[in-house]
Design a protein around this ligand. Structure first.
Ligand code: 26V
Length: 814
């Protein structure tokens, strides 16, 4: 397999800008219905997208035809989230037509940058899991692997976050407000998806499911352009429709609302993306979404297989289906139903095909995120699947008893049904039993999977668990978001690194070259000026681009320990006021991230960050030595602005809890140094960039576990740390909340009395490391040398490498 084609080799017929401009004008006139005078910026965006899209279509069709003609195996990535962000820059860049389109627009007096900025973010995901799916789709196309992503076309994706008086306010995301010129509705690709009803036996005594309710899943396709424009794959998102859009009898009888109830009920299936929190776990609509998209996707996959290959028995040779976490795990039961009830296979044969086809990726060990459904709910919604799960479970339990005949706890832990309390279906166990491969997303995470949540399943199926450390696409996360750094690297080592990121190691030779360091530092400064300007414009916060930009951007969650960072900020603030004469390194602390709507503590942490920011930014005693900014509405586009401007990347989760992290990779690739715990992929980042080029602190996962086991006493840890105690006293007594001094009483109380995430235990080590970092930052040549080593050694974290490993080890494709 080769991905060596660079943009210069792209076989796209270049058009004169004037022709391209004509085409854009044509699109504006004939597809949008406006002329130049009437066109608004959104019309120009749509006309440009439609014109670019035309160029994609031939390649798209050719990609499908080739896969068909060669009988190639296809990979299907099933994910409830695809956090793809904006698509225009990605498509222009991967097609190699950025400058051509810029020139054409410019000849029409339209600024590409302006229309690019108004493209809405496709925010169809919560965070890392969704963004990973988007990076994987890009890498699959870039590596010329035939692939389909399957998911849901949420009308309202991730909520828009506004900060009102420091508090998070959630507003609906209306990304489809102006339509979506990237997508193609495929009205012919529609499937019925059933819910409820009953299972009866037909004349041949075969089970037959008669659903009580049915909806239509209709495909909406978005092209995914690979690097160099060689292959275009499909992201197929499902839209729910009612079978009867209106009940005319009810309507004619005057019941206008009741007439539309069925339509509303069906369409509500694809209305909202659930936030990643425990309160949404267990909600019926969420299970309906999971089944809806699993069923539609599998029907589509089996239909395609039969159409091309004729024989359902060859499915595992021609299709690999990857389950992105347990969200699509009901697919295992749906596959069994389709093979047995529709394709008339026997149970054993169907099971062999199922296991050979599926792979399952786990993305978190947090107990509250491990999905399970009340058996009663499951049975009411999916009676046939419940029967099949019982049948699968009977076999699994038999196998478990054979391995450990007298170990009831072992058998109970493996069971697909949790028999404690209300009986529940365990989706992770179902996914595990139904897949030939179960992977974690970083080495430590995979190790912990084997030792903790999946220890028993790992004993029963000893070779199933494997590791596939996450990656990020260097096209979006270097070439597109950081064009300045990309040009500099290109000047130094050529542009092969965009297709072969491991070639970035050639940069190591420049790390101690003073002239190169200067240019590298100038790029960083330039990017910081851009971010600084954004902070001034949007938040009215003035920042010095020569200060250290210290950044923590990610979902707000206690395990990610934004609180540790805020506490250190307060401690630093106290120290600066106490010792103004010291040689402080000016810092800008930058936070961004969304809290799940029902996660009270996470929202309180956002408010605290904002309260602390307000006080510190207004205090002349610290002036420009310390500034704090909480940037609202974190999303992919904001990350593309912030990541290239960061000096320091905060990756400070309680060890053992961050499965991998991918933000950590984006920052290091763009020349930020990491302060981090030995958690997730931080460990592997350290292994590659070298101990001297990363700041590691705090307890290891083993130490965290041991400390917990011996009985951790947070109050003792706090009392042993005067700076932490002082910071907590300030926060607890309302120094940062004069309008409501009791606002953080409970937060501080919980730290003293439980501190599950061990903020206090790691505080001193974190604080000391920050002060060491201050010193290093003052030696800009040393700092930059380390930064270059980071960029040079992050190539391994390309999602191309990750996808190649999936393709070779799990999917049997290369
Ligand atoms: C859980 C739930 C539970 C209830 C309903 C909605 C919902 C949605 C998502 C989740 C799980 C989120 C898991 C996740 O995002 N994990 C992240 O995956 C990244 C990619 O592998 C990884 O880098 C992060 O460390 C990990 O936190």
């Amino acid at each position: 397999m080769s991905v060596s084609k660079g943009p210069l080799e792209i076989a796209l017929e270049a058009e004169a800008p004037i022709d391209l401009a004509d085409r854009i004008i044509d699109a504006l006139r004939y597809r949008i219905g406006k002329d130049r005078q009437a066109a608004r910026p959104h019309d120009w965006l749509a006309a440009t997208v439609l014109t670019v899209r035309d160029r994609v279509i031939d390649k798209w069709m050719a990609s499908t035809r080739n896969a068909h003609a060669s009988g190639a195996k296809r990979v299907y990535y099933l994910s409830l989230e695809f956090l793809i962000g904006r698509l225009l820059r990605d498509a222009l860049s991967n097609l190699g037509v950025m400058e051509e389109v810029r020139a054409a627009l410019s000849s029409l007096d339209v600024d590409l940058e302006i229309i690019r900025e108004i493209e809405p973010d496709a925010a169809l995901g919560n965070g890392g899991l969704g963004r990973l799916a988007a990076c994987f789709m890009e890498s699959l196309a870039s590596l010329d692997l035939p692939a389909y992503g399957y998911g849901i076309r949420y009308v309202n994706g991730m909520f828009r976050q506004r900060i009102d008086d420091g508090w998070q306010v959630e507003l609906p995301e209306t990304w489809l407000e102006y339509g979506n010129p990237w997508e193609f509705e495929r009205r012919e690709s529609a499937y019925h998806v059933g819910f409820g009803g009953e299972v009866i036996a037909d004349e041949a005594a075969l089970a037959k499911w008669v659903p009580g309710e049915q909806v239509i899943a209709m495909a909406v396709d978005t092209p995914v352009v690979g690097y160099g424009g060689k292959r275009v794959n499909t992201l197929r998102l499902w839209n729910a429709h009612a079978i009867d859009p209106i009940r005319l009898d009810a309507f004619n009888a005057g019941d206008h609302i009741g007439a539309l109830a069925g339509k509303n009920r069906a369409e509500s299936l694809t209305r909202v993306l659930y936030p990643a929190d425990s309160s949404s776990a267990g909600q019926e609509l969420r299970l309906r979404q999971e089944y809806f998209f699993s069923s539609a996707s599998l029907q589509d996959i089996l239909r395609r297989h039969i159409q091309y290959f004729g024989d359902i028995r060859t499915l595992p040779d021609k299709a690999a289906i990857q389950l992105n976490d347990t969200h699509p795990a009901v697919s295992v039961a749906e596959m069994m139903r389709l093979l047995i009830d529709v394709h008339n296979l026997g149970f054993e044969e169907a099971w062999k095909i199922t296991v050979a086809t599926f792979g399952y990726t786990n993305h978190t060990l947090l107990p509250e995120a491990l999905e399970s459904w009340p058996l009663a709910l499951f049975e009411r919604l999916l009676p046939r699947h419940t029967q099949l799960i019982y049948a699968i479970n009977a076999n699994v339990l038999k196998a478990a008893r054979k391995v450990r005949p007298d170990d009831d706890a072992f058998v109970a832990a493996i069971s697909l049904i949790d028999e404690r309390g209300d009986r529940r279906v365990r989706m992770a166990n179902l996914a595990f039993a139904g897949s030939h491969s179960v992977n974690g997303v970083a080495a430590l995470h995979t190790q912990l999977m084997k030792e903790t949540v999946f220890a028993d399943l790992n004993t029963l199926y000893p070779n199933r668990i494997n590791n596939k450390t996450n990656g990020i696409t260097p096209r979006r996360w270097l070439q597109q978001c950081n064009p300045r750094l990309t040009s500099l690297i290109r000047e130094a080592i050529g542009d092969s690194f965009l297709a072969r990121a491991e070639n970035l190691t050639d940069l190591d030779a420049f790390a101690s070259d003073a002239a190169f360091q200067e240019k590298f530092a100038a790029v960083k400064r330039h990017n910081k000026v851009d971010l600084s300007e954004y902070l001034r414009r949007t938040l009215g916060i003035k920042t010095d681009p020569d200060a250290m930009f210290d950044v923590q951007i990610k979902r707000i969650h206690e395990y990610k320990r934004q609180l540790l960072n805020i506490l250190e900020t307060v401690a630093l603030y106290n120290q600066i006021r106490l010792h103004p004469e010291r040689d402080w390194t000016p810092r800008v602390k930058i936070f961004a991230g969304k809290a799940a709507s029902s996660y009270h503590r996470a929202k309180q942490i956002i408010k605290l960050a904002n309260d602390v920011a307000r006080r510190i930014n207004a205090d002349p005693a610290v002036g420009s030595l310390l500034k704090v900014a909480f940037i609202p509405n974190y999303n992919v586009s904001l990350a593309e602005l912030i990541v290239p401007a960061a000096d320091l990347s905060e990756q400070i989760s309680t060890a053992g809890l961050e499965a991998s992290g991918t933000g950590n990779m984006k920052f290091a690739l763009n020349g930020a140094l990491t302060i981090g715990t030995l958690d997730g992929a931080n460990i592997e980042i350290r292994d590659r960039v070298g101990d001297d080029n990363i700041f590691i602190f705090g307890m290891t996962a083993d130490q965290v576990a041991a400390r917990r086991a011996e009985g951790y006493d947070p109050a003792a840890a706090i009392n042993a740390s005067p700076e932490l105690a002082q910071a907590l006293a300030n926060i607890g007594s309302g120094v940062f909340a004069p309008d409501d001094p009791a606002r953080y009483t409970d937060l501080v109380h919980d730290l003293f009395h439980s501190d599950w995430f061990m903020v206090a235990a790691d505080f001193d080590a974190y604080e000391r490391t920050q002060r060491r970092i201050d010193k290093v930052f003052q030696h800009s040549a040393i700092w930059t040398e380390k930064a270059v080593h980071n960029t040079a050694n992050m190539g391994w974290f390309s999602s191309d490498r990750t996808i190649q490993q999936y393709a070779a080890d799990i999917w049997g494709m290369i």
